[in-house]
Design a protein around this ligand. Structure first.
Ligand code: GLN
Length: 236
């Protein structure tokens, strides 16, 4: 880590905080704290510059118009691009996921230019995907099944520069049998929940990437109960 404090950056609470994904910041803070890792969290509104010295950048879901505005402002600002070029970790959910791509569908399905940080394009599907989602994570990421809640109209296609995050076991995800995408230290997913509450292994993957070392285990009894309850609700 380039400084003595883990810097977590929550992007655009005024535009991309509609679906409770801000909970992902709280999970990273908590899991850092339990391991004695000093941290700070910065909330960056859409009229503020995105700091380039963060370690983990988090983006959440949002409605179609705020999503377009967020993409325009992030492109104009350039801070997230510079951070990603430096190797910062980026974890983006739903609208945040789509806008990391080269293009996504606006409120009438019109193509809107994204940030180009992930090699994905999204359009609008025939119907909204709403409900529980479960996926088996790409084996190279070495973690248990992921669980979340999806609520989107978008369908996402991956280009050769991105790999699917998981194979869908239940739900819709990208719309092609896979869910989410990743490349380097950038991960996008359709999973709300919040995703890191339901999937502590995913939270620890982000933390490991950010601090560059293995982490001691912590007591995940309650997180595991929640996981089991959600997985059983759809798979039994
Ligand atoms: N507006 C996007 C869609 O419907 C994203 C929705 C969301 O973030 N939940 O696909």
């Amino acid at each position: 880590m380039s400084s003595d404090r883990l810097k977590i950056v929550w992007i655009y609470p005024d535009l991309l905080s509609t679906y409770g994904d801000q909970g992902n910041t709280i999970v990273l803070e908590r899991r850092a704290k339990l391991r004695g890792i000093p941290y700070e969290t910065v909330h960056v509104r859409s009229d503020q510059p995105v700091p380039t010295d963060g370690h983990v950048y988090l983006l959440g879901g949002g409605e179609d118009r705020p999503q377009i505005l967020a993409a325009q402002r992030l492109r104009a600002d350039g801070g997230l691009h510079r951070a990603a070029e430096r190797g910062a970790v980026v974890f983006a959910v739903c609208a945040g996921y789509q806008l990391l791509g080269t293009q996504f569908g606006g409120e009438e399905g019109q193509p809107v230019q994204g940030l180009g940080l992930l090699d994905i394009t999204s359009g609008r599907g025939e119907r909204r995907a709403v409900g529980e989602i479960v996926g088996d994570v790409a084996p190279e990421l070495n973690m248990p099944r992921i669980t979340g809640f999806e609520n989107h109209q978008g369908v996402t296609r991956l280009g050769p520069g991105a790999r699917p995050l998981a194979r869908v076991v239940h739900g819709v995800g990208n719309g092609d049998g896979y869910e989410g995408a990743y490349a380097g230290r950038i991960i996008g997913t359709y999973m709300h929940g919040p995703a890191l509450v339901r999937n502590p292994a995913l939270a620890d993957l982000l933390l490991r990437w950010a601090i560059g070392q293995d982490l001691p285990p912590i007591d995940d009894t309650w997180a595991n109960r929640l996981r089991e309850e959600r997985l059983n609700a759809v798979l039994s």
